[in-house]
Ligand binder design. Structure first.
Ligand code: HEC
Length: 209
């Protein structure tokens, strides 16, 4: 490359930088990002869902409508017991495992227990998991104070949580929670494959035969 060419390229570069510099200051707005290389990448031309837009004519366009109050997703069955002491007692009496009680579901419950519960409740359910002593109060033993806890209350407590234990409804589907419930019954020393695993504990629960 000869000297002339180098001089020309340098001049063009300086000139280009000046033009570019001015163009980015032209909006006089300190919040402006300046020249946008590909505006479509920043502001998508597609419409987002659940938003109202005003078009050029001034009409408001709603992309899709908010579901009416009380709508539920297809295939989703709401859990009918409230997170209250009454809901808890009622679940203990009326709520039963809808799944077939077989070895496969029990084995799947054991695997899930190993992922979601074992670190607090311990392998044998004694409440001696690896993080149990980091809690202000260790979980009670399934074989001790919780031995007679009926399946409905176990499911209810997994769903909403209890005391220091958090709710697990967002991490585990309903079926998964029932499978774990079956495994907890086994850890209690009860028969998780018995047709109705309701243990008579308190005066209200005596209604179950
Ligand atoms: C962060 C630790 C922790 C995790 C994780 C945890 N628990 Fe608990 N769990 C506790 C504590 C603490 C209690 C005692 C709560 C109380 O009575 O205040 C408890 C109580 C319970 C009870 C008794 C509830 C009742 O109605 O009295 C059951 C059943 C139970 N847990 C099952 C499970 C199952 C099944 C899992 C896994 C899906 C699980 N827990 C995960 C800490 C935990």
């Amino acid at each position: 490359m000869n000297r002339k060419k180098i001089k020309f390229i340098s001049l063009m570069t300086i000139f280009g930088s000046i033009v570019f510099g001015f163009s980015s200051c032209s909006k006089h707005n300190e919040n402006s990002p300046g020249v946008e290389f590909m505006p479509d990448m920043y502001r998508s031309p597609s419409l987002e869902s659940n938003l109202a837009y005003v078009n050029k004519k001034g009409d408001t366009i709603q992309t899709n409508r908010t579901p009416v109050a009380g709508s539920i997703a297809r295939g989703y069955i709401p859990y009918g017991y409230a997170n209250t002491p009454e809901g808890y007692e009622s679940a203990g009496i009326n709520l039963h495992n809808p799944l077939e009680k077989n070895e496969i579901h029990l084995a799947q419950g054991e695997v899930l227990y190993g992922k979601f519960c074992v670190h607090c409740h311990g392998t044998t359910g004694e409440g001696d998991g690896l993080v149990a002593d980091k809690l202000p109060g260790a979980p009670p033993s399934y074989k001790g104070a919780l031995k007679t806890l009926p399946e409905g209350k176990i499911f209810h407590s997994i769903t909403y949580g209890k005391g220091l234990m958090g709710a697990h409804a967002s991490q585990l589907t309903k079926d998964e929670r029932w499978k774990i419930t079956m495994y907890v019954l086994k850890l209690q020393g009860n028969d998780p494959l018995a047709p109705v695993t309701a243990v008579v504990v308190d005066s209200t629960a005596k209604k179950i035969k």
